[in-house]
Design a protein around this ligand. Structure first.
Ligand code: CU
Length: 506
């Protein structure tokens, strides 16, 4: 007996000695390496940011300029974490050796669960109290939106209730049924009643939610008032245009082949289409002149090329020289001429295609003449509308949060959304206590660089007169003369940047 206890004490001593030597779990050099690797891991995001130009890269090695207080705080924090980890290790080793319990982890975990539950519930209350208003969109400005909102609240109410109850049970049970060596766990294999309850209850709730959603969606998409006024909403990179039908209450036909600088929506209006054809002819004329002058161009470019080389300007202006060289080489290889021919052919095809469309009396029935293309949307309260969406280039999505409406706008696939506004802009300004407030239609599909700025104002007026006053200020769609086509587009609006005729594709 005495020999064994002596042996055990010896073993204990050796263990403690080992531990002392190995206080940080790493020895000498490797401690340094570990600290360094932790550091470099923490600094990686900084380096990445520096690489992307978010943070200016350090210009020179200057430790004096470093934020030493932050660095030291960081080092201290790492050391404290290491020391705490080692302290726990020592504690558990001591427990193993002495057989005495120093820390009752079961109790710690049980109380930690309660603390977590209480802090979590306080957090939920805090979020609802202070950020809850951002969760909601405010009063709906459309008729169907009221039903949608009620659906949202029902779903939110159910899930919120279930969330709170399950969280409380989860953490409270962790606390209540913590390990107790005097208590044996109950072996509970199966209970039909429980199974039935937790299957039926969610099934009933989900059926209620889904059926209501299905019914509401059907009502929104099929119950469309026959007297609804149609407004075309046209999406392009990066903006929106609206089209009103004018006195004939009929939107004219449109076709992407008719799109030009002066007719961005490609409306089938004879005047505009004739202008496009004229513009195409002028362009063809220019291209043909270029083709005829190939021999002269060749001489001129050769002369310029030689002058560059002889005066040494090719080295002082390498970029300009490169452009000239490419141009000249293209001319020599014949690809310059082939490109001209291709462009001429494409434009001729466009003219032919337009001519064949022009024969269609259905398309050119004159209803486009009084159409008005506008840069904002004005609608009347309590009047049913159908927004007809078209897209020119890529998929966009018309999103009107205040009206609880969203619809994809797909090139070549017209879509629509019917709704009735029930709150004027003026009323919304009062209820939101914000005199600057306006409704907007946003793009909700990431469609390119200026997507974030793609929106159009929607104004809801209270009566027909206000609407008519506004509409009277909008000019009817009559294509302006070709000279009025802007050569350079304003930034962020590529619609007007399209050179006449170039959009017409084969
Ligand atoms: Cu878009």
């Amino acid at each position: 007996m005495g020999v064994i206890s002596k042996f055990a004490r010896r073993k204990t001593l050796i263990r403690f000695r080992k531990m002392k030597l190995n206080l940080f779990g790493v020895k000498g050099n490797s401690l340094f390496k570990k600290t360094l690797s932790v550091f470099s891991m923490m600094l990686t995001p900084l380096f990445l940011m520096a690489a992307e130009g978010v943070v200016a890269p350090p210009t020179e090695f200057n430790p004096m300029a470093w934020d030493w207080s932050s660095i030291l705080t960081l080092v201290l924090a790492i050391l404290i974490v290491l020391v705490i980890a080692r302290a726990f290790d020592i504690g558990s080793l001591t427990e193993k050796i002495t057989g005495k319990t120093i820390v009752s982890w079961n109790n710690v975990n049980a109380w930690a669960a309660m603390v977590f539950l209480i802090l979590g519930l306080i957090g939920v209350w805090y979020e609802m109290e202070y950020h809850g208003k951002y969760l909601l969109l405010g009063d709906s400005a459309s008729e169907h939106g009221i039903t949608l909102d009620s659906m949202f609240y029902w779903t939110f109410g159910f899930t919120f209730f279930v969330f709170i109850v399950t969280e409380i049970l989860l953490f409270y049970f962790m606390f209540k049924y913590k390990y107790d060596k005097n208590r044996k766990a109950l072996y509970y294999f199966h209970n039909n009643k429980l199974e039935i309850i937790w299957t039926i209850v969610p099934a009933v709730v989900l059926t209620f939610l889904v059926l209501r959603g299905f019914g509401t969606w059907t009502k929104i998409t099929t119950n469309i008032d026959k007297n609804s006024e149609e407004i075309e909403v046209f999406a392009y990179q990066f903006g929106w245009k609206a089209r009103y039908s004018g006195d004939d209450k009929q939107l004219g036909a449109s076709n992407f082949n008719f799109i030009s600088g002066s007719n961005p929506l490609g409306i089938a209006e004879e005047n505009a289409v004739n202008i496009l054809v004229d513009e195409l002819k002028v362009e063809i004329g220019k291209l043909e002149a270029q083709k005829a002058a190939i021999e002269d161009s060749s001489k001129i470019w050769k002369m310029q090329y030689d002058r560059f080389v002889s005066t040494g300007t090719d080295r002082t202006y390498p970029d300009e020289f490169k452009v000239l060289k490419t141009k000249y080489n293209d001319l020599l290889s014949g690809s310059y001429e082939r490109q001209l021919e291709k462009d001429i052919k494409r434009k001729n095809t466009a003219i032919k295609r337009i001519a064949s469309y022009k024969k269609d009396k259905e398309t050119f029935n004159g209803s486009a003449k009084d159409d008005k293309v506008t840069t904002e949307i004005v609608i009347i309260k309590n009047k049913p509308y159908i927004f007809k969406f078209r897209a020119r280039d890529v998929i966009h999505s018309a999103y009107m949060p205040d009206f609880r409406a969203q619809m994809n706008c797909v090139p070549g696939m017209p879509t629509s959304f019917a709704f009735t506004p029930i709150k004027t802009t003026a009323e919304a300004r009062i209820s939101k206590n914000n005199p600057e407030f306006d409704y907007y239609l946003f793009c909700n599909k990431i469609c390119g660089a200026a997507h974030y700025n793609m929106k159009i104002k929607v104004t809801v007026v209270s009566n027909e007169d206000e609407y008519k006053t506004w509409l009277a200020t909008q000019t009817p769609f009559v294509a302006p003369p070709a000279a009025a086509v802007p050569a350079e587009a304003p930034k962020g609006d590529s619609m007007t940047a399209v050179k006449t005729g170039t959009v017409v594709k084969n």
